[in-house]
Design a protein around this ligand. Structure first.
Ligand SMILES: *Cc1c(COP(=O)(O)O)cnc(C)c1O
Length: 453
């Protein structure tokens, strides 16, 4: 297995996160208060999130935001992460393309999510908050936040999407091991959960519903804040440590990527690896393509519409301008649980609208085929989510071969799949199928959106 690694040292861990909004030609449109339909003031967010995170969320002027020393110290547990040249995969594809991946799977919980869990827990603690709530899909965000909450002495309640709660019991065990309380969503513990269970008793849950439950609990509990693992601007901000490190490592490799690829759930790992590179395009006009790889069963960027919509099922969140399939959208039960979300973050949505990035949709079987090849060539079993980026990378590499062009591809390996082996089992047994979202279903969901604004 021939590989080549590019390793940074501890002092190379970034000292500031990159806030791309400061450099965007068209800033994202303002989030709206759902009651008044007026743009949100930063204070409107204070009841939900830690104040410092609210300020980061709406900061449109500072391109660099200092990373607190306490957060950098925690990052040192596993950062900087390696950049790897995937020589084995290149050889198997017989492509002239050079393929690099940033390996975020080496974090203690196996994914990039810890990059934002740590600062979110830190800012809550600093403000004197004692309890936090969140939702989790496949369990990756919940696992990351459980570790971060314990590190900063916070009590955590996690609403876990029911289908994952049963399909991925080990993620639940990880959260419980770190001391978090885990509740299958929809649950009877909130108004939002009770309503959906009364209407649809067998509902297997969605991120949108779990978010509603977690927000409701945070709003009705004293000294308690809600946290979110993707979609929001401050989450994308924290994840830029990925791309900032990768930028230095590509320099060490003596190359610059023609295309940067990441899988796409709400956009945090995509933002994390691509925004630092996009800054070269925005500031210096550098040629670079950015590609988001999303599941064909949840294609908000490729088939959704740009529209104000809620971030959650019950409509508790502010109205966000985003590419969406509609907040009532219930995605198919694919194995990439982390990609089952109806919308895209507002920054990415604006970038997509302005033609500054691209998106592709990938069928489930193609992701497992790509994952298996990658595992055999590189010795790492990728998360089903990350496998979307690998499948998109393979397409780019094969296109380069067809065209006989040399191309440099960088993708983000957002996590490993060692806790997702049940999904691999089903793939190996031939029990998985593709699920492309029918146009009619997209139209129906989206038509209901017009009533919101
Ligand atoms: C959560 C998750 C994703 C998707 O979330 P984004 O916010 O779009 O990055 C992708 N990969 C892994 C491993 C995840 O845990």
């Amino acid at each position: 297995m021939p590989t080549k690694k590019f390793i940074l040292s501890e002092q190379d861990i970034p000292r500031a996160w990159y806030n791309i909004i400061a450099d965007m030609p068209n800033k994202p449109m303002a989030p709206l208060n759902p009651a008044t339909k007026k743009p949100l003031a930063v204070e409107d967010l204070y009841p939900i999130f830690a104040e410092e995170l609210c300020k980061q969320e709406l900061n449109a002027t500072d391109a660099w935001i200092e990373i607190p020393e306490e957060v950098r110290d925690m990052y040192k547990i596993w950062r900087p992460t390696p950049l790897v040249r995937a020589l084995g995969l290149e050889k198997a594809l017989d492509t002239p393309a050079h393929i690099y991946f940033k390996n975020e799977s080496v974090s203690p919980v196996g994914s990039h999510k810890l990059n934002s869990a740590i600062p979110q827990a830190y800012y809550c603690k600093k403000q004197g908050v004692t309890n936090i709530t969140t939702e989790t899909g496949a369990g990756q965000w919940g696992a990351a936040l459980s570790l971060a909450a314990k590190a900063f002495g916070l009590e955590l309640a996690v609403y876990m999407v029911k289908v994952s709660y049963h399909q991925k019991p080990y993620r639940r065990s990880i959260m419980q091991t770190f001391g978090a309380q885990v509740i299958a969503s929809p649950s009877m513990s909130t108004k939002a959960g009770r309503k959906i269970l009364t209407d649809h008793p067998n509902y297997q849950g969605s991120l949108g519903t779990a978010i509603s439950e977690a927000i409701e609990l945070a709003m009705s509990t004293p000294n308690c804040k809600y946290t979110l693992g993707s979609v929001l601007n401050h989450v994308s901000l924290h994840q830029t440590v990925i791309g900032l490190e990768a930028e230095k490592q590509m320099e060490m490799a003596g190359e610059y990527p023609d295309v940067v690829i990441a899988c796409f759930g709400g956009g945090s790992n995509f933002s994390g690896i691509t925004f630092p590179f996009l800054r070269h395009k925005l500031r210096e006009g550098k040629e670079i393509r950015l590609v988001a790889a999303e599941p064909a069963s949840c294609p908000k960027l490729t088939k959704g519409i740009f529209q104000y919509d809620f971030g959650d099922e019950a409509g508790y969140t502010p109205l966000l301008p985003m590419y969406t399939l509609g907040h009532n959208f219930a995605p198919a039960h694919i194995h990439a649980g982390g990609l089952r979300y109806h919308g895209a973050g507002t920054i990415v949505s604006q970038l997509k609208k302005d033609g500054l990035m691209e998106a592709v949709d990938i069928e489930q079987l193609d992701t497992f085929k790509a994952a298996t090849l990658f595992a055999q060539c590189e010795g790492i079993i990728p998360a089903p989510e990350s496998s979307h980026a690998i499948a998109a990378t393979i397409k780019e590499a094969l296109k380069a071969k067809e065209e006989g062009t040399k191309k440099c591809i960088l993708f983000n390996l957002s996590g490993h799949g060692l806790i997702d082996m049940a999904a691999y089992d089903q793939y190996l047994a031939g029990d998985l199928s593709n699920y492309t979202l029918p146009e009619e279903e997209i139209k129906k969901n989206i038509s209901e959106l017009d009533k919101i604004i």
